[in-house]
Ligand binder design. Structure first.
Ligand code: FCB
Length: 483
């Protein structure tokens, strides 16, 4: 007898499903969203100062008001809850909770983060706090900044006081966000605050950021309740040689050393890579690394944050390349790559975002599976990924951003593939919740899931936010709207 229900020769492919408990988040940072720059005792950070140097930031814009998240956080949390997000990655402003970077804590500053955490917890959203997203108190820069060891010590003190005040509410912590940018864009190419251009200062800064991380992890373990989950968020570079030639492969090795292993080595393996020390031997003997420092930096971590936007394609020569491409953050004439300043940077093939960054999710898969292989047993999270596009507000006030949704979907597919391939990825934080202050680009580049009106600061979730919210609610990689 014929089968009354012959099986469909082309059954619909199952929608990829993420692991149970996967955190579906969005990310912001204090200086980019909070505003209230001079309120409740906050003192200036290096970014407040840098924004006032003519020519450094698009149209002289500042984070004085930003998105006014400091006053509107309740509405922003409500929005996240309405969309269906389950986690929020924010950063704590050092000069807000410890004005001037030393001295007593500001209770008013700390209270803001306690209220924010409470609001999130009430809404069922997991708070994930980052202690340093680039806003060094100006006084500490005046005393020498990250190139000096004392800054690492101040950072650990600050970590302890935040941990003590907020640790009863927040269980997931990140010490530093993208220390590569702090060291090499801040002190190397100078396109970020504090705007110094000194390769040796940049290497010293990298070490003292590493040391600050290690000291802060120790301080947090002492200050936080048992069970707190500590991490660091690195902008790992998915480095690719332009051609398979030996010189191009050596260029890739150099950039991997000073872009990735300069942090991964000491933080996760307890030593600086030998090839990095060799590449930079003409600049420094690294005597600022004191005996015992590598052991201090090498603290057990509970998870690793990976920030990824686009691959890094390099060649052995700068000929025919634009300086603007050397750091992905707007160029500058001085190389942010000590010991690799003759390396050329190229745009990867494919479509680009408004940052002129190529869309290539394979880099994210490569980084996640690479970290899983190299550091088995260390859970991972994508702590930043997202795209700037020139969004338009329709006549009806709606913002339809199909490019952003497509970018995010393609990258989530890469995350899902990495999970299938064995990477233990626990969450994804889209950069960013809101259109915000994009550093040297000011408010020109919009990364938000939520549009922020530049005049009224009114929030309007873009179409990508509605799609992402449905993905968060279902835990499945749903098709794009209209697909
Ligand atoms: C990362 C930063 C974040 C934002 C995105 C676009 O490097 O951590 O603050 O600028 O890039």
């Amino acid at each position: 007898m014929a089968d009354p229900h012959p099986s469909d020769p082309h059954p619909p492919a199952a929608v990829p499903r993420f692991p149970a408990g996967f955190l579906w988040g969005a990310a912001t940072s204090a200086y980019q969203v909070e505003g209230a720059a001079a309120e409740d005792g906050r003192t200036p950070s290096i970014w407040d100062t840098f924004c006032r140097v003519p020519g450094r930031v698009h149209r002289g814009q500042t984070g004085d008001v930003a998105t006014d998240h400091y006053h509107r956080y309740r509405d922003d949390v409500r929005l996240m809850a309405e969309l269906g997000l389950t986690a929020y990655r924010f950063s704590v402003s050092w000069p807000r909770v410890r004005p001037t970077g030393r001295g007593p804590a500001s209770q008013r500053g700390l209270d803001f983060y306690r209220r924010l955490a409470d609001e999130l917890l009430t809404a069922g959203i997991t708070p994930v706090a980052t202690l340093y997203h680039w806003d060094l108190p100006e006084e500490l820069e005046a005393a020498g900044g990250w190139p000096e060891r004392a800054t690492a010590e101040r950072f650990a003190e600050y970590a302890a006081l935040v941990g003590e005040a907020v640790g009863d509410r927040v269980h997931r912590w990140t010490t530093l966000n993208e220390p590569w940018c702090s060291a090499f864009l801040g002190y190397g190419s100078g396109v970020h605050a504090p705007g110094r251009t000194d390769p040796v200062a940049a290497l010293r800064a990298a070490h003292h950021l590493n040391l600050g991380h290690g000291l802060a992890v120790q301080a947090l373990r002492a200050a936080l309740p048992a069970g707190a989950l500590l991490s660091v968020a690195l902008n790992l570079h998915a480095v690719r040689p332009l051609t398979p030639s030996a010189p191009d492969r050596d260029a890739a090795r150099r950039i991997d050393a000073v872009g990735n292993r300069v942090f991964l080595g000491p933080m996760l393996e307890g030593a600086y890579p030998k090839d990095l020390l060799d590449d930079t031997a003409g600049l420094t003997d690294w005597s600022f690394v004191r005996p015992g420092d590598p052991a201090t930096v090498h603290q057990p971590l509970d998870w690793l944050g990976v920030n990824y936007y686009t691959p890094t394609v390099v060649s052995a020569t700068t000929e025919g390349t634009e300086p603007a491409r050397q750091d992905g953050h707007g160029g500058g004439q001085v190389s942010p790559w000590p010991g690799a300043d003759r390396v050329g940077f190229h745009r990867a093939p494919g479509d680009v975002t408004a940052m002129d960054w190529a869309v290539d999710p394979s880099g994210l898969h490569e980084l996640l599976t690479g970290m899983a292989r190299r550091y088995p047993g260390l859970p991972l999270a994508v702590t930043e990924n997202g795209a700037a596009y020139e969004d338009e507000v329709g006549a009806d006030g709606a913002v339809d951003d199909p490019h952003r949704a497509a970018y995010v979907r393609a990258h989530l597919a890469a995350v899902h593939r990495a999970v299938t391939d064995g990477a233990d990825v626990r969450g994804y934080f889209l950069w960013s919740l809101l259109d915000n202050f994009e550093w040297a680009y000011g408010y020109e580049k919009r990364f938000g899931l939520v549009h922020v009106d530049p005049r009224t600061l009114a929030r309007t979730p873009k179409s990508s936010a509605h799609w992402y919210g449905r993905v968060a609610r279902s835990g499945e990689l749903l098709p794009l709207d209209g697909a």
